[in-house]
Write a protein that binds this ligand. Structure first.
Ligand code: ZN
Length: 227
């Protein structure tokens, strides 16, 4: 399907592409962002691959619109660093507040323009949540009381059924993180927001596969794709 390419902060050192695919049938908008942390390469690769899959019709939207920002912080990505300051603490904490970084400001303005009903923020983290309840690797995170809790639970159940190495199972975490893109999109835009965290200890291709699988399940849940 047709994928339109745009640029966030064009002409600046933060310039980064984003992509919009639109179905002929009206429906909800989903937004997927990756690379808020530049060293989380599995999630960045997954988002880039999703863009290519739209272009080749391997991923087709049945209704609605999908916005993908695959590498939010390209400067940090080039150096494979998390980024300083941590971009995921610079998003507005409440309506009327402005973001504390040009990138988070531009990203949040874009989200505000597209009014996504679903917002997925792709990340990677240490450890395996199935082995240690304190770590975030292999988790879906959403805010307590979020409208996305039931979808997140359903998706975890579905993904875990396909996982043979049970130590790699996903678990749900409920956590409010003021300044993060997830909590900003939930609090200010009212979107159903979820952070996807794959575990860094797993092989690269496995992490990319998990990210893509989780995203595809959310798109089905949101009604954008037909399974
Ligand atoms: Zn991260």
């Amino acid at each position: 399907m047709l994928v339109q390419k745009y640029t966030l902060l064009p002409g600046t050192s933060y310039a980064t592409p984003y992509y919009v695919a639109q179905s002929a049938r009206p429906g909800p908008t989903a937004m997927i962002v990756a690379g808020i942390h530049g060293n989380e390469t599995g999630s960045i690769q997954a988002a880039r691959r999703l863009v290519r899959m739209l272009g080749t019709d391997e991923l087709r939207l049945h209704t609605g619109r999908l916005v993908i920002v695959p590498t939010v912080h390209r400067r940090a990505y080039r150096q494979r660093i998390r980024g300083v300051p941590d971009l995921n603490r610079t998003f507005p904490r409440k309506a009327g507040q402005t973001a504390k970084h040009p990138l988070s400001a531009a990203l949040f303005d874009t989200a505000r323009r597209y009014r996504p009903s679903w917002y997925l923020d792709l990340h990677e983290a240490n450890g395996l949540s199935q082995q240690n309840s304190k770590v975030l690797g292999q988790t879906l995170i959403t805010d307590p009381g979020s409208r996305s809790v039931s979808a997140a639970r359903k998706i975890i159940k579905g993904v875990n059924r396909t996982i043979r190495a049970k130590s790699q199972s996903f678990n749900l975490r409920l956590h409010e993180l003021p300044g993060s893109s997830r909590t900003a999109a939930a609090r200010i835009l009212g979107a159903r927001t979820v952070t996807v965290e794959t575990g860094w200890s797993l092989p690269f291709s496995t992490r990319v596969q998990y990210q893509i699988d989780v995203v595809r399940r959310f798109l089905g849940e949101a009604g954008l794709t037909k399974s």
